[in-house]
Design a protein around this ligand. Structure first.
Ligand code: SF4
Ligand code: SF4
Ligand code: FES
Length: 310
């Protein structure tokens, strides 16, 4: 019997677009963003709310660039390239805007556990958060109502400081470190987990990430997948194990080894990155570039490691 080979799948062809970035001609596939075009050229553009596995939400505005013909600076993480576009990534206007964003964030949020890039950008753009004055007294943000924000004392910098939330054995929520990048909300919602346990509550300066009715995590819809921890850029969401080691002054990444392995719990084959310090697993991450899981895990892969080290 003759068999007929299946027709090859149609190849999606993408047209190329020619634009100018910082004076140089650049060719990028149609539909890619300015940020992707910049990264392909090795041009660094800072980002906070952007992650390649999530849809851009455009909230931090630290990635802005100047585009000829555009009155406002444009967010490079979401604006697609267009033929003839003229982009400047490092003009005085761009640098001033990034400096302002970084300075306001650093004056109101505890960035002590944010990635090293954030601290480098603060230096690089000349942000001086200290000029806003000493940090104001922590407020009870969970009870703040829209329109009732209390201004801080004159000369003090308003902050998002509030007590650490520790209401379960898996992870800690320290929203004094939250820059409201929305990544956790996206990861918990339609971008990955579809659990929708957390969202933004409040408005203006009193906006904060919250469970429904500010319920403790065990009383909320949370299923402890930890995908929110995996995307948090500041350490506001943190494994209990990491949080406790940091509190004791024992957290030391130079003593940690990261071993990639396959989750033993089921047949999906999620990849795990075991972070091991002093022969103990201290946290588990998952590689963003894995084509099955894109950095996401379930509760077993993320937190079910204690059995290995009893
Ligand atoms: S652990 Fe999972 S379900 Fe719980 S808040 Fe985070 S992303 Fe949502
Ligand atoms: S908790 Fe982390 S991921 Fe969520 S909004 Fe705040 S900084 Fe972003
Ligand atoms: S990284 Fe583009 S708006 Fe936040």
């Amino acid at each position: 019997m003759n068999t007929v080979a299946p027709a090859p799948a149609p190849v999606a062809l993408r047209r190329s677009v020619e634009l100018t970035v910082d004076g140089d001609p650049v060719i990028a596939p149609e539909g890619t963003t300015i940020l992707q075009a910049c990264r392909a050229r090795g041009i660094e553009v800072p980002t906070l709310c952007y992650l390649e596995t999530l849809a851009p939400v455009n909230v931090c505005r630290v990635c802005v660039v100047e585009v000829d013909g555009s009155r406002a600076l444009v967010p490079s993480c979401s604006r697609p390239v267009a033929a003839g576009m003229v982009v400047r990534t490092d003009s005085e206007r761009v640098r001033t805007s990034r400096r302002m964003v970084l300075e306001l964030l650093a004056s109101s949020v505890d960035l002590s556990t944010a990635g090293s890039d954030v601290h480098r950008w603060i230096e690089q753009y000349g942000a001086r958060p200290e000029r806003h004055g000493p940090a104001a007294r922590a407020a009870d943000r969970d009870h703040a109502h829209a329109g009732h924000h209390e201004a801080p004392a004159v000369g003090a910098a308003a902050t998002v400081a509030q007590p650490v939330k520790r209401d379960n054995d898996q992870y800690v929520r320290d929203y004094a470190k939250c820059i409201l990048c929305y990544k956790c909300v996206e990861a918990c919602g339609e971008e990955a987990q579809n659990t929708f346990a957390i969202a933004v509550a409040g408005r203006g300066f009193d906006a904060r990430i919250s469970t429904e009715f500010d319920a403790a995590l065990p009383d909320s819809a949370c299923v402890y997948c930890g995908n929110c921890i995996g995307v948090c850029p500041t350490g506001a969401l943190m494994f209990v194990s990491e949080h406790d080691l940091r509190a004791r002054g024992d957290w030391d990444e130079s003593r940690q080894e990261v071993t990639r392995t396959v989750c033993p719990y089921c047949g999906v084959g999620c990849n795990l990155e075991l972070h091991v310090q002093d022969n103990r697993i201290v946290k588990v991450t998952s590689p963003l570039d894995h084509d099955v899981t894109s950095g996401n895990l379930c509760v077993k892969g993320r937190f079910g490691f204690e059995f290995a080290q009893e």
